[in-house]
Design a protein around this ligand. Structure first.
Ligand code: C2E
Ligand code: CA
Ligand code: CA
Length: 411
């Protein structure tokens, strides 16, 4: 729908005609969750919201400001420098839509038009970087561009390119961390953990590169590789004389959303010929975004193959207990954040006392992560937690060291 205001190319021409105009700034204003509103209330309603929103923009910016539509629900404005708080105030009151009112909030990215060496599209790229940052800060936030956020974004892009190349050139590998019975220390199996050593020999933590792989569309091929590699290692461990040990593999919610996930899993099990009853998928509470019905269906399909499911990082997510109660999972992994507070008498140190009986009541096995001290292990045992994992028992190791560790733990 046309809103009768200038478009993106007109905005770029206008930027180029005013630079360097030290008094003026470029603003990108994005209506938060406009897509959802459009989906739920329909396109006709969405169009009315946009029309009314343009009127609000004209109130927020002084006369003479240049207002253009950059894309569906993003507007570009060239106007004087305005305090963010003052600007956001204009968008607090609901807008009028077809006789009713609609509450909205906006994210704003902004930068000053004072650098002659930049082109109109350079300005837009930087304003967009500021807008993205504002959106990632939450609803109703504003961010002014500065070179350091630009650098961070460019570094992320560079890192993603390096990650892609490392993956295609097989520069990534898995380490295996033992999982044990807390009483007596008998091994249960291993958790596979991904590692990336960059060309410069620097180790990047999976906590940093897994989210990058998720955003960069790399997690599905990478996750498939991890699954196949971990199952291959498991079959080696079984052949080495430990047929009862299990392998736990981390699976991201984005992988699970892929309609091919079940066939990828089935194929990996068939190719490596491992016993599916020795395979566990670790899934975080973030899977809750799929909705409880979908999660239940998916978990049942996975379990029908013989594979078991652990809820990872339990207690750190936001999913409701009533939905977790319905998930047919086999094991809860108590997050290390709760375990590390046990012997420090820190706030939250008693959470673990609540979470372990809760897991048991939900009918699941309970494994505590990140156990580093004997004191922590003793406390967990007293609470009735039977299984654990952590530096106290073994660090993540390459396959050869994991075998060595098994031989030692047998003797
Ligand atoms: P996670 O699944 O919670 O894995 C446990 C993390 O705790 C691992 O970090 C492990 O090395 C670390 N850890 C284990 N024992 C101890 C301990 O006693 N003390 C302390 N301080 N830390 C301990 P890591 O390997 O850096 O992995 C971080 C996260 O990255 C994982 O957390 C997981 O969410 C993700 N990740 C790792 N590998 C994969 C993978 O193959 N696929 C996916 N989707 N995510 C992965
Ligand atoms: Ca895990
Ligand atoms: Ca975990």
């Amino acid at each position: 729908m046309s809103l009768g205001i200038p478009n993106l190319s007109a905005l770029i021409r206008e930027i180029e005609s005013v630079i360097p105009y030290t008094d003026k700034s470029l603003y990108l204003v994005d209506i938060n969750q406009f897509g959802t509103l459009n989906d739920i209330l329909g396109h006709i309603y969405g169009d009315l919201v946009l029309e009314s929103f343009v009127l609000r923009l004209k109130q927020a910016f002084p006369e003479g400001a240049f207002i253009a539509r950059v894309s569906g629900d993003v507007f570009g404005i060239i106007g004087p420098r305005i305090e963010f708080s003052e600007l956001q105030n204009y968008f607090r009151a609901p807008i009028d839509v077809s006789g009713g009112v609609q509450q909205i909030s906006v994210s704003i990215g902004c930068l000053d038009l004072d650098d002659e060496s930049l082109s109109g599209s350079d300005y837009l790229i930087n304003a967009n970087i500021a807008l993205k940052r504002a959106k990632s800060d939450g609803l109703g936030k504003s961010v002014r561009y500065n070179p350091s956020i630009g650098l961070q974004t460019r570094e992320r892009i560079k890192l993603l390119q390096e990650l892609k190349s490392a993956f295609t050139h097989e520069k990534m590998f898995l380490m295996y961390q033992p999982q044990v019975m807390l009483n007596g220390g008998a091994p249960l199996g291993f958790e596979a953990l991904m590692r990336w050593k960059t060309g410069e020999g620097q180790f990047i933590s999976p906590s940093d590169f897994i989210p990058l792989a998720e955003q960069g569309g790399l997690i599905v091929p990478m996750g498939t590789w991890i699954l196949r590699m971990a199952l291959h290692t498991l079959s080696e461990i079984h052949k080495a004389g430990y047929p009862d040990l299990q392998m736990a593999i981390n699976v991201s919610a984005i992988q699970l959303r892929n309609p091919d996930f079940l066939s990828i899993l089935k194929q990996a099990l068939a190719d490596t010929k491992v016993n599916p009853h020795r395979v566990e998928l670790e899934i975080t509470e973030s899977v809750a975004v799929l909705g409880v019905e979908q999660v239940v269906r998916l978990f049942l399909q996975i379990k029908a193959m013989g594979v078991s499911i652990a809820i990872d990082d339990f207690g750190t997510g936001y999913s409701s207990l009533s939905s977790i109660d319905r998930w047919p999972a086999d094991r809860l992994k108590i997050d290390s954040a709760f375990v590390s507070r046990i012997d420090k008498h820190k706030p939250g140190g008693r959470i673990v006392d609540l979470v372990i009986p809760l897991g048991q009541k939900l009918g699941m096995k309970v494994l505590a992560e990140g156990i580093e001290t004997v004191e922590q292990a003793d406390h967990l045992k007293k609470l009735g937690c039977l299984e654990g994992q952590g530096y106290l028992y073994g660090r993540p190791m390459v396959y050869e060291d994991a075998l060595q560790w098994l031989r030692k733990s047998k003797s």
